[in-house]
Each structure stands twice: as structure tokens, then as C-alpha cells.
Design a protein around this ligand. Structure first.
Ligand code: NDP
Length: 310
């Protein structure tokens, strides 16, 4: 229904009869015409809900390009026996690299310093001294695949790590906080890497930002919906926290003016996994899930809501 990389469309064309909703001028008509024939879907940023599923009675599998699938009602798919797959693992290191880069860029103001040099201001006087990672404690909201990869990197930076999630994990040495607020009180860096969706909507709000404190740094590489953006813009403006590094926003690609206005924010256009290498690997996994399914070998990477029992 929306454009996907040529690697995906060209591979799918080789294996299947491909109907390109992304090329259809009238999407409603497209669904009327071919919806009843569709058995598999490759999607990226498409809302798959009951209304769409009603129009695809033969649908067996939805292969999502991306590990986050908060645009897909996986429970509704599960009720209809439709498998949902995502692209875990192949992007973990890329996103963790970006998250750490965003943390460094935010604390040491790397984009701002670059702008300073280009504007010729270095000729007048040196850039003012910046904050530091030294002496900080990092709280990770969502110690999953990417959260663990971030922790691994930040341990090498010499930083103590804590985490919050719904469950304590037995096989990690990091401090566990059952409460996000209590973790924010104990840390001055908050790395957000939990899934989006109704359960996590705005869980980083005014109270959590206040707990992070005036030295606080927020980095969000998960989904914009986890952070109350109005509260964040206000917290940056009045010094409740020091700075924020954001790769994701609630209403992409729109970014609130109130965030763009913050000189202490480093803002990226959702590029966490956006290297050629990793996007190719993600595209290949979308294709692999569909080909494996239609060859009768089950999905490669089904999501938790639609587990596959062979
Ligand atoms: P995982 O499923 O491996 O990890 C998710 C973690 O979040 C788990 O540790 C889970 O722990 C925790 N979690 C889930 N629900 C909640 C909740 N309600 N409250 C607190 N913690 C919760 O996912 P990945 O690490 O692979 O990916 C994480 C997210 O990163 C994705 O969902 C995606 O949205 C985002 N992402 C962003 C990218 C970008 O380009 N910026 C690229 C790739 C991913 P527990 O079950 O114990 O709660």
C-alpha cells in the first residue's frame, strides 16, 4: 500500500503475482478490485486493522518491514489466523550504534558545534564548553534486543546501566527498576527503546522528565508516541532537563515547531536502521518470510501475538 525498496518489490515480482497498491492512484478502488485475491502483504508504515482486514478475506500473512509493528493490530490478525512477521535482529546493531551516536551528539552538542564552525564563529572565539558523559548513569527503558546492544556499548564507555521493563531479566548484571519513575530519579540519561502502541503511549511525561532532572538527557530511538512531546518541549525550554536526542516523533514526518525551536535538541528523521547494508537485510527478511510461508515452511520471524506452531 506504500512504497517499498526495489529489492523487495523486484524479489516479490519474481516469486509471486504482485499487486502494487503503492502505485494505485485510487487505493479504495485498488482494494475493491484485488483485495479478495490477496494472500500475503508486504507492508511498511501501513495501518493494518479490522477495517483493512475485512477487505482481504484470503489474507494469510502480513510481512512488516521493521521490527516495530505498532501500526499493525497484531491481535486482530491473530484472531483471524493471519500471521504477522517483523524484521528483528538484522537491525539491532545499526540502531544501537545510532542511539549511542545520538547520545554523544546530544551531550557534546556535535551538530551545534558543526554549525558553529560552518558559520565562521570559530574565527571569533572557541565554542563554549559542553556537558559530558563522565559521571553519568544510564537508564534504559526497554532492555530488549536493541536495549541490550546499547547497554553493551555503554558499558565499554564506563557507564553504569539500569533498566526498566515489565519483567526483571535474570541473565543481565544491570540494576532493575520495576518503576520507570524510580529509574528516572536514579539516572540522568534515559534511553527509550521499548515498543510503541497504546500500552506505552506518553509513558515519558512531565513527571519522568522532572525526575531525570536538570542534568537529564533523553534519547528516543523507539517511537515518538512513548514521549509526551509537549511536556518534552516545555522541559527543554525551562531547563527541567538539559537536552534531548530524538530519532522518532509522534506524527512523522511532521516534527513539532516547539521541538525544532530547542537548540538543546538533536533531531534526526527516523534513520535508526537507515544504512544500505541494514535496510537490504531488512528487505531480504520481508521477502524470506513471504517465500518461506508460501513454500509451506512457516514464517521465519513471526511476532509474539501470532506465534507459529509447525
Ligand atoms: P524487543 O521486543 O527486543 O525489546 C522491547 C523491550 O521493551 C523489551 O525489553 C520489553 O521488556 C520492553 N517493553 C515492552 N513493553 C513494555 C512496556 N509496556 N513498558 C516497559 N517496557 C516494555 O524490541 P527491539 O529491541 O528489537 O526494538 C525495540 C523498539 O525499537 C521497536 O519496537 C521499534 O519500535 C524501535 N525501533 C526503532 C528504530 C528506528 O529506526 N529508530 C529501528 C528499530 C526499532 P518487557 O517485556 O520485560 O517489558
Amino acid at each position: 500500500m506504500r512504497p517499498m525498496m526495489p529489492l523487495v518489490t523486484e524479489s516479490l515480482e519474481r516469486h509471486f503475482t504482485l499487486h502494487r497498491g503503492d502505485l494505485a492512484e485510487d487505493k479504495e478502488r485498488f482494494l475493491d478490485e484485488v483485495g479478495h485475491q490477496i494472500r500475503g502483504m508486504a507492508v511498511s508504515h501501513v495501518h493494518v486493522n479490522d477495517a483493512l482486514l475485512d477487505r482481504l478475506p484470503k489474507l494469510e500473512i502480513v510481512a512488516n518491514f521493521g521490527v516495530g509493528y505498532d501500526t499493525i493490530d497484531a491481535a486482530a490478525c491473530g484472531r483471524r489466523g493471519v500471521i504477522v512477521t517483523n524484521t528483528p535482529d538484522v537491525l539491532t546493531d545499526e540502531v544501537a550504534d545510532l542511539a549511542v551516536g545520538l547520545l554523544l551528539a546530544t551531550v557534546r552538542q556535535i551538530p551545534q558545534v558543526d554549525r558553529y564552525l560552518r558559520q565562521g564563529k570559530w574565527l571569533e572565539k572557541p565554542y563554549p564548553l559542553t556537558g559530558t558523559l563522565r559521571g553519568r548513569k544510564v537508564g534504559i527503558l526497554g532492555l530488549g534486543r536493541i536495549g541490550r546492544a546499547i547497554a553493551h556499548r555503554l558499558v565499554a564507555f564506563g557507564l553504569p546501566i539500569a533498566y526498566h521493563g515489565r519483567t526483571k531479566q535474570a541473565d543481565v548484571p544491570y540494576e532493575y527498576f520495576p518503576s520507570l519513575l524510580e529509574m528516572a530519579k536514579a539516572c540522568d540519561v534515559l534511553m527509550v527503546v521499548a515498543p510503541g502502541g497504546p500500552e506505552t503511549k506518553n509513558i515519558v511525561g512531565r513527571e519522568v522528565l522532572e525526575a531525570l532532572g536538570p542534568q537529564g538527557v533523553l534519547v528516543n530511538v523507539a517511537r515518538g508516541t512513548l514521549v509526551d512531546e509537549d511536556a518534552l518541549a516545555a522541559a527543554l525550554a525551562d531547563g527541567t532537563i538539559q537536552s534531548a536526542g530524538l530519532d522518532v516523533f509522534a506524527d512523522e514526518p511532521k516534527v513539532p515547531d516547539a521541538l525544532i525551536a530547542q537548540e538543546h535538541a538533536v533531531l534526526l528523521p527516523h534513520v535508526g536502521s537507515a544504512s544500505i547494508h541494514t535496510r537490504n537485510a531488512m528487505g531480504q527478511l520481508v521477502v524470506d518470510n513471504l517465500t518461506s510461508w508460501f513454500q509451506g515452511n512457516g514464517p521465519v520471524t513471526p511476532v509474539a501475538e501470532t506465534p507459529w506452531k509447525a
